[in-house]
Design a protein. Structure first.
Lengths: 196, 641
């Protein structure tokens, strides 16, 4: 593994110098820490300079955007697939203190989230729109954050199909070899909810 | 048939035979003894079972039990002159499903195999038979009388066969045969049989009859035998336990006499068996599939009609293929499942994930491997899960609520004012903004929302990284510039639903959902719905500034279009008192007193109703009923403060 790590660093630095962008599967190669199939993992983040607006630009804004897009795409795929097919594993995608606001109902903490998702009927999601933005570190405590917005349709078992909009705030938890993304906040609403 | 006239393979049969290594079989016309020996060996199997069959292998002609015409056996490859219809191209008035006799159908096939018996006799069980069905097709067979055709074929064919389910399909004649040997032999005679033109007996007018052979599932009639007989199912159905043991099914002597093939692919048979169940045994509970060979559970469930009756699924030692296929198990909702030693386990990294996957796929499971691993409530076996009630706006606290609402008021005041340059102060230097519209797979290029299409940033569809970067506005000047080109709007503040989903000392995040009108002169304007997400940070001058802004615009649905009355956010202009007549001022006063709204809003309401007091009152009543009166309408202070 050590030998590989050295290669990895070289490769990463070479990649950053070039402007070439290509899609990469999100799975990193390290075995550090236990990782389950639900984790959303991307390659390590570019090193961030200390705060100070001039220094922060040492990393290209483009890189932030690319990275945000990549994380968002992968995350959304995994999230909705897990929601549809492996509902019990869904809470692994949330931070411990994450909050979900589901059509105005607030759910905080992993245990409450577990209960909530279990109570929800089985779902069939179809995502048609996805947008994301990197969130500047001013808003967070130097934790890389991405705002993800999705829209599409969902059919819960026993209910009619709804259009929905969902907003996530994703936070990166970085280790030297990979980055694990988790949900800090989740806001979900049907487009046609009725307060009855 | 003379042994030397073993057929040259035609293309179709050769293709089919490639899997079976035809060389070993069909070069036999040069190695006759081997060929015959092999056949004898396999026919030895039949010999043991079918004592009424002739054992003359070499003659090639067997008096089979079905009817035969009186023909000269020696001239089998000459045109036969009986049994031919005299209207070769007319569809006969009646063609019926062949009757056949089943007294010979007494073998049980233990395994589904398509290899000819020759290949399996090495080291295989002695009670093994050829075990599969083949469909024989005669193109333009519709011209021929069934009996005549079958006897003609039989004459040519070295192996006696019993055709099953002879019928005509379109222009073809079709029937099934039950073992590979027969099928091979029939392939053999493709092109070797001829009919005769009805008028003349010249060779040149004869038509060669082709025979095509292909492997197939058991014909329906055989499956229907199960249904009509019902005996097997009844026998195996343990009434006391209401269980059906499929394992035993294959060894059942009743089945043997029935001559029904039970293939380990349960899909087909389960279909038949469960049809029976639906009629007779609606409460099939346990279902034991233990020790079955590769069980395609997916096929199983899709062919089942009464899968929901299965309550207990026993799958130990089963090679259930990839768990993903189990997803298709609609209607398959067992309450008890035994899946130990199942290779399903190998798909997942650990047993608990495996179990939880099984649990997810079969949510009504009460017991897995005879263990109740979790209390029933966590299995989600409650009668029905329901969606939580949808609620209105959410704020963490009242203080945050007023903060957010005030922010929105100010923002949309400027946004709707017609000049959005004023929003420069609302954004941080390094703010981000992007816009998106829905993507409808069925209507990818709708004509509405065309004003927003050029800025639409849907990274699910947009893959070009440069475009992705370009459509994300990342300085406040860029942002305001792009906002200014969007259509002028008029937002309906009363329609706003706000979810404030994060608050820390550094950031405040919320999403607003509502409707707005695009103001296009005096003509009919479009009503749009939007969801806008703001990430706000405190700025240096103790105001709030936007760091991230994501806007999603769609067409409003009819309900949204007609709800709300587009009470616009009160603009400074409206708060200054326009010249009102004395009468109007009195109206405003009275209205305010009556409604509880402040003067500005009362005036607004009256103004919008063209100073028709009654109408204004009606509008107000409507708003009240819909709980849509904004709070600031009720405060007695100047809303601009």
């Amino acid at each position: 593994m050590r030998r590989f790590r050295g290669h990895w660093e070289d490769w990463r630095r070479r990649r950053e110098r070039s402007d070439y962008f290509h899609e990469r599967p999100g799975r990193s190669h390290s075995g550090s820490g236990s990782r389950t199939r639900e984790d959303v993992v991307t390659r390590p983040l570019p090193e961030q300079a200390a705060s100070g607006s001039q220094m922060a630009m040492s990393v290209d804004f483009k890189t932030y955007v690319d990275q945000a897009c990549r994380a968002a795409e992968e995350f959304v795929n995994i999230y909705y697939e897990t929601m549809d097919k492996r509902r019990r594993a869904l809470t692994r995608l949330y931070l411990d203190k994450a909050t979900l606001i589901w059509n105005g109902n607030v759910v905080t903490g992993l245990e409450a989230l577990n209960n909530f998702f279990e109570m929800l009927p089985s779902s069939e999601f179809q995502v048609n729109m996805l947008d994301c933005q990197p969130v500047h570190e001013q808003a967070t405590q130097a934790q890389t954050t991405v705002l993800v917005v999705t829209s599409g349709t969902v059919k819960f078992d026993g209910n009619k199909q709804h259009f929905f909009n969902q907003t996530f705030l994703l936070t990166a938890q970085s280790t030297p070899n990979n980055t694990v993304w988790k949900i800090a906040s989740d806001c979900f609403r049907f487009q046609d909810w009725a307060s009855s | 048939m003379r042994q030397t006239e073993i057929a040259v393979l035609d293309k179709a049969s050769y293709r089919w035979n490639q899997e079976e290594q035809p060389d070993q079989l069909y070069r036999g016309h040069n190695n006759q003894p081997n060929f015959l020996q092999r056949r004898a060996r396999c026919w030895g199997i039949y010999r043991r079972r079918y004592s009424n069959w002739s054992e003359e292998v070499s003659s090639g002609i067997h008096p089979s039990s079905h009817q035969q015409q009186d023909e000269d056996p020696g001239k089998s490859d000459a045109p036969v002159d009986t049994g031919i219809r005299y209207a070769p191209y007319a569809i006969p008035p009646c063609h019926r499903r062949g009757t056949f006799q089943k007294q010979d159908q007494t073998h049980v096939n233990m395994e589904r195999e398509q290899k000819p018996p020759e290949r399996r006799t090495e080291g295989n069980k002695q009670d093994e038979t050829s075990g599969s069905w083949f469909k024989i097709m005669v193109p333009f067979g519709i011209k021929y009388d069934e009996k005549w055709l079958l006897s003609l074929i039989q004459k040519q064919c070295s192996v006696p066969f019993t055709p099953v389910e002879f019928h005509y399909e379109k222009m073809q004649a079709q029937f099934f045969v039950e073992n590979a040997n027969i099928a091979f032999a029939l392939k053999n005679i493709n092109g070797k049989i001829w009919d005769k033109n009805n008028e003349r007996v010249c060779v040149k007018d004869m038509t060669r009859i082709s025979i095509f052979v292909s492997p197939s599932d058991a014909p329906c009639s055989v499956q229907k035998e199960l249904k009509s007989e019902k005996l097997t199912m009844h026998k195996l159905y343990d009434v006391s336990r209401q269980s059906l043991d499929i394992h035993k099914l294959r060894f059942d002597p009743a089945l043997v006499t029935l001559g029904v093939e039970m293939v380990p692919n349960p899909g087909n048979d389960m279909a038949a068996s469960l049809q029976i169940h639906g009629e007779n045994m609606p409460k099939l509970l346990p279902w034991n599939l233990s020790n079955t060979k590769p069980c395609q559970l997916a096929d199983l469930s899709t062919t089942m009609q009464n899968a929901s009756n299965i309550k207990n699924l026993n799958l130990p030692s089963n090679e259930v293929k990839a768990a993903g296929k189990l997803d298709k198990g609609q209607g398959l909702e067992p309450e008890e499942m035994s899946a130990d030693r199942n290779s399903l386990c190998t798909t997942f990294p650990d047993k608990s994930t495996n179990i939880s996957s099984i649990l997810e796929l079969f949510p009504k499971l009460l017991s897995l491997d005879s263990q109740e691993s979790r209390p029933p409530t966590n299995f989600g076996i409650e009668a029905h899960k329901r969606l939580p009630t949808c609620k209105g706006s959410f704020f963490e606290s009242d203080a945050l609520k007023s903060l957010v609402l005030q922010f929105l008021r100010q923002y949309y005041l400027t946004y709707d004012s017609g000049d959005r340059q004023g929003l420069l102060g609302a954004y941080l230097d390094k703010a981000c903004f992007s816009l998106s519209i829905p993507f409808n797979p069925e209507d990818p290029a709708p004509s509405s929302l065309c004003e927003y299409v050029k800025d639409n940033r849907n990274i699910k569809k947009l893959k070009d990284p440069h475009l992705r970067l370009q459509l994300l506005k990342s300085t406040k000047h860029d942002i305001v510039r792009s906002l200014c080109v969007l259509p002028t709007t008029q937002h309906d503040f009363s329609s706003f639903v706000v979810d404030q989903w994060l608050q820390t000392e550094r950031v405040l995040c919320f999403s607003v959902k509502g409707v707005f009108k695009e103001v296009v002169g005096k003509s009919q304007s479009s009503v749009r719905a939007f969801t806008r997400t703001f990430i706000i940070v405190p700025a240096s001058n103790s105001s709030l500034c936007i760091l991230n802004d994501q806007l999603f615009v769609r067409d409003a649905n009819p309900k949204e279009t007609h709800s709300g009355l587009f009470i616009p956010v009160p603009t400074p202009a409206s708060s200054s008192v326009p010249t009102l007549s004395q009468e109007q001022q009195e109206m405003v006063q009275a209205f305010s007193t009556q409604s509880g709204m402040n003067l500005q809003w009362s005036q607004k309401c009256l103004h919008d109703s063209h100073w028709d007091y009654t109408k204004a009152a009606q509008v107000l009543a409507l708003l009240k009923a819909q709980c849509k009166i904004p709070e600031e309408a009720l405060t007695q202070t100047d809303p601009g403060s």
